[in-house]
Ligand binder design. Structure first.
Ligand SMILES: [Zn+2]
Length: 267
């Protein structure tokens, strides 16, 4: 049997996405979420050579800050260093190099990292790294490589991927009087219940958080709130290193690879 999963984008921006995934199961959506967190590759600074650091911060702190800066990740151009034909030495296929040279008084920002090629310029140039006072200097070289969120948070391109069951709200108008309608409207934390022509209606079902507060304040059976376990609202953001749609496509591809590997290992 082939399961056909249906996807509808509610909102797709460069760095965030909200979509409805239907005709599937919680296990599938959760697997996709886990892949986004742990397996999706991203470029981040791994090695830093300090030539001079007379700033108030230790080398290690600056190296850590540099590591956390989102870098543009083109997965078509880069391969992971441990799978590269250079044997892990570091070459143009697996490594992106940056230089930084600043003298105080100034604040060193992420945008001061100079890449070899313009295409690798940092995504957000305004992240402060360290403040230099008169005469203090920071001169360094940095190497960025692909990595995965499972190894370090700096390689996690997607933030807070999450899903919820698609809300289903059934209302039995005959069991609701004026007082109950008022109570329901008041108690709903998402303010999605409204009165229309003396009836209780739902204004935006997708905002429902399935808290079931409305069920508690009225007669049994008047309102039934449940989650559809075959339809999910899935949302996530990226740190800018990958476009939201690319992150989703790549995660789905990784998931496919995992299933293929599993099949092959079965012989
Ligand atoms: Zn290489």
């Amino acid at each position: 049997m082939i399961l056909l999963v249906k996807v509808d984008f509610i909102d797709l921006k460069e760095r965030s996405a909200k979509l409805i995934i239907s005709d599937t199961k919680p296990s599938f959506v959760n697997a996709l979420r886990r892949v986004m967190l742990a397996d999706l590759p991203k470029l981040a600074i791994e090695d830093v050579i300090f030539y001079e650091n007379t700033s108030p911060l230790f080398d290690e702190i600056i190296a850590h800050r540099l590591g956390m800066i989102p870098l543009p990740t083109d997965l078509k151009l880069l391969v992971p260093r441990d799978k590269c034909s250079c044997g892990g030495k570091g070459c143009a296929n697996c490594t992106v190099r940056y230089t930084l040279s600043k003298e105080g008084p100034c604040t060193v920002y992420s945008g001061d990292l100079q890449p070899e090629k313009e295409t690798w310029s940092v995504v957000d140039p305004n992240i402060p790294i360290v403040k230099l006072f008169e005469g203090q200097r920071l001169i360094l070289e940095a190497e960025a490589i692909l990595g995965r969120g499972r190894d370090h948070a700096k390689w996690q391109a997607v933030q807070a991927p999450a899903y919820k069951y698609y809300p289903k709200i059934e209302i039995d108008q005959s069991k609701l009087d004026e007082d109950a309608i008022k109570k329901c409207i008041e108690i709903c934390p998402k303010k999605i219940l409204v009165e229309k022509d003396g009836k209780l209606v739902v204004s935006d079902v997708e905002k429902c958080s399935l808290c079931k507060s409305c069920m508690e304040v009225c007669e049994e059976g008047a309102i039934k709130v449940s989650g559809d376990d075959t339809k999910f609202i899935f949302k996530f953001e990226t740190d800018g290193s990958l476009k939201a749609k690319d992150a989703l496509i790549e995660s789905a591809r990784i998931l496919e690879e995992k299933y293929k590997d599993f099949l092959e290992s079965l012989g």
